[in-house]
Design a protein around this ligand. Structure first.
Ligand code: AMP
Length: 119
């Protein structure tokens, strides 16, 4: 899938629309999801133009990849869910039900989350 520079997260990165920022560094931005599905629901995104996890690992530098992974854990601590527990999830592609075509990791927490996939 080609990167669409008009996707909503690209607009957030360009400052064209606002976000509730949690964390930022050279390579990464994290902000609260606009429609939280759990009491804590944060999105971590790389600043580079990558659609999905497979696009990212194929095309991003190791510095970008390392910064992204580190930010996920750091943000979990920052927003206070590390001790009680949390879930990270990235929807990728059509079959993964990805709505925004800019790589993002969801961090869910703030309540017991149950099983990942119901039995
Ligand atoms: P996904 O289905 O993994 O692509 O999820 C996209 C997520 O982005 C959803 O949880 C949306 O609520 C969230 N989202 C969409 N627009 C915004 C926005 N402007 N600011 C913050 N989160 C957003």
């Amino acid at each position: 899938m080609a990167y669409d520079p008009n996707n909503v997260f690209a607009k957030i990165l360009r400052g064209e629309i606002p976000c509730k920022k949690v964390y930022e560094n050279e390579h990464v931005l994290a902000f609260h999801d606009i429609a939280p599905q759990t009491p804590v629901h944060v999105l971590v995104i790389p600043k580079g133009a990558y659609v999905s996890m497979d696009d990212f690992t194929a095309n991003a530098s190791l510095a970008e990849q390392g910064a992204f992974l580190k930010a996920v854990g750091d943000v979990a601590r920052l927003v206070g869910v590390a001790e009680a527990g949390y879930r990270v999830l990235s929807n990728c592609g059509v079959g993964g039900n990805q709505e925004v075509p800019h790589l993002h990791m969801h961090i869910f927490g703030g309540k017991p989350l149950g099983r990942m996939i119901g039995k």
